[in-house]
Write a protein that binds this ligand. Structure first.
Ligand SMILES: C[S@@+](CC[C@H](N)C(=O)[O-])C[C@H]1O[C@@H](n2cnc3c(N)ncnc32)[C@H](O)[C@@H]1O
Length: 298
């Protein structure tokens, strides 16, 4: 199997171990590979219309489609250094349990090649490492240089070096050959991608037949009684935590807003089916705060 990323597939990708260039600063690096398409066929708020006035959502704001990636890039460049601390504070550590469940229930075995997309600071990749073993390979892909750097440094500090590769890439235009991975994961990343159908199509393309794709993402809370509490936490507590601990309330306001704009459980499953995944299913965790979606390439 050819395991070498093909940079020619995406000039914005930097498959070197040093994620210095930032494709998020250049959202239209390869417009021909990434034509405008509706990322919101499911009615989740991306008010995209034909022509030059195409807009999509960035949190609750409508922004030109071409601007979203840059704005998302600014969010993660701003929070990268405090990202892990903030995750623990915001979720009271529960994100660790969600991630452990996500990885423990993934279809993966020793020796497998795995792509963790939007891998950020590497929580999922670190957990997957135990499952693929020394014979396996883990590619941590993320569009954002600062997030990748924090992830790589954390992994090196823990002595986790062997079997890891870091690729700065856009989930919408992956610089990998067809059928090159046994498992593709994306955790808390799809929400931030401008063109979600394009990212799902790319995940399918790079999976081998029989391979599994998994999405861990915030979703729709089920119990009516819990929603006001959840909204209070999202819109009042998170931005204040962001200001106190990361010096940035706007990024955490974006987080809360982007969660509300993300397709809920059944809609995301329908998007995966529309992208061509087979045997799709989902499971809500913590009352629907997050959901794990699964699909296969057949
Ligand atoms: C909330 S973090 C999730 C990080 C990690 N997966 C985790 O669970 O902690 C979202 C990540 O998605 C990345 N991202 C956003 N848009 C992306 C895109 N189009 N392609 C690849 N990564 C993207 C961001 O740079 C950021 O690192």
């Amino acid at each position: 199997m050819n395991t070498t990323p093909d940079p020619s597939a995406d000039p914005s990708a930097d498959p070197s171990a040093d994620p210095s260039a930032d494709p998020s600063a250049n959202p239209s690096a390869n417009p021909s590979a990434n034509p405008p398409r509706a990322d919101d066929a499911q009615g989740t708020g991306a008010a995209r219309t034909a022509g030059a006035a195409d807009t999509t959502h960035f949190g609750f704001r409508d922004v030109p489609v071409g601007d979203k990636q840059k704005l998302v890039g600014e969010v993660f460049s701003s929070v990268a250094a405090r990202y892990d601390l903030m995750n623990d504070l915001m979720s009271l550590g529960i994100h660790r349990a969600w991630k452990r469940y996500f990885v423990a229930t993934a279809q993966v075995k020793p020796g497998d090649r795995v792509l963790d997309l939007a891998g950020g600071t590497g929580d999922i990749a670190a957990l997957l490492r135990d499952r693929v073993g020394d014979a396996g390979e883990l590619v941590l892909g993320d569009i954002n240089g600062p997030m990748l750097r924090v992830g790589r440094d954390r992994m090196v500090d823990r002595g986790q070096v062997r079997g890891f590769r870091y690729v700065q890439c856009n989930a919408q235009t992956l610089p990998f050959p067809d059928a090159s991975f046994d498992l593709v994961t994306i955790a808390f990343g799809l929400r931030n991608v401008t063109d979600k159908p394009a990212a799902l199509a790319e995940m399918l393309r790079v999976l081998r037949v029989g391979g599994q794709a998994r999405v861990l993402e915030f979703s729709r809370v089920k119990a009516d009684w819990f929603r006001p509490l959840y909204d209070f936490h999202s819109f009042q507590v998170l931005p204040r935590l962001g200001r106190l601990f990361a010096g940035d309330s706007d990024s955490y306001r974006y987080l809360a807003e982007s969660i509300r704009k993300h397709p809920p459980q059944a809609e995301l499953q329908a998007m995966m089916e529309a992208a061509g995944f087979a045997r799709c299913s989902h499971r809500s965790l913590s009352g629907g705060i997050v959901a794990v979606h699964t699909g296969y390439r057949v």
